[in-house]
Design a binder for this molecule. Structure first.
Ligand code: GRF
Length: 232
């Protein structure tokens, strides 16, 4: 190995991501879609992604407004965040519905009533039916904690650890009928560390989720506005 190669290898190649994360290249995203895009956020859990969407709006990184947070789980922490940031929210508990379709329709009606343009599943632990998918075609996105198409479904982080992959990550994608299968919008790669536990890895993946989800929203918002213009 000559000196140049040796230096290259030492500086780059063998260091891999050097413990850092990597975001997939996306065309420069302008946050200046006008007027603000109206978001509907669906959440079932802690709502950390929901909170980072709000922060991106507050920091002028995203020209959007959250028209509504919809939760299906009355005890989820996302509700506290909605109260903290004064965002309207509604609990539509699937346990009060007789069927998935009935629940989906209630969710869809609420989104339509508020003229939501883009629906973001930010930790929504429910499969959505075709009615919603068709209604919000190319306007319904989800965040998933793996580098899709690997490790679909629940426990994606554990699945990746069990397979002893060396790099995993997170993906924002359009929602299609098959779970975690729609076109990919943006991804972030997160290397595993030898001493990772599920908690440490989850934390690093979530840190990247909080970055890529607002970027994906900005990107899709531009696409929505462009396709609207095209139709005029
Ligand atoms: C995230 O890890 C997301 O990838 C998955 O659910 C989790 C939601 O976390 N779909 P939070 O409720 O946003 O904190």
């Amino acid at each position: 190995m000559n000196q140049d190669n040796k230096e290259y290898c030492e500086s780059n190649l063998f260091n891999g991501l050097n413990g850092h994360s990597l975001i997939s290249p996306i065309e420069s995203v302008s946050n200046l879609v006008e007027p603000k895009i109206r978001l509907g956020i669906l959440a079932s859990g802690n709502g950390s992604n929901f909170e980072f969407i709000i922060k991106s709006i507050q920091n002028n990184e995203l020209n959007a407004e959250v028209s509504i947070l919809i939760v299906n789980n009355p005890s989820c922490l996302a509700i506290e965040k909605a109260i903290k940031y004064d965002i309207p929210y509604v609990i539509i508990n699937h346990r009060d519905c007789n069927s998935r379709l009935e629940h989906d329709k209630l969710v869809m009606n609420k989104l339509e009533e508020l003229s939501v343009e883009l629906v973001v599943m930010a930790g929504w632990m429910r499969i959505v039916g075709e009615e919603i998918i068709n209604k919000f075609n190319n306007r319904l996105i989800n965040i998933h904690p793996s580098l899709l198409p690997s490790f679909k479904g629940i426990d994606a982080i554990q699945q990746a650890m069990d397979k002893r992959v060396t790099i995993t990550g997170c993906t924002v994608h359009y929602v299609q009928k098959d779970v975690d299968s729609g076109s990919i919008i943006i991804q972030a790669a997160v290397p595993l560390k030898e001493k990772d536990s599920i908690e440490t890895l989850k934390k690093r993946i979530q840190d990247m989720e909080h970055i890529i989800l607002p970027l994906a929203i900005a990107k899709v918002a531009i696409e929505i506005r462009t396709s609207f213009k095209d139709k005029k």
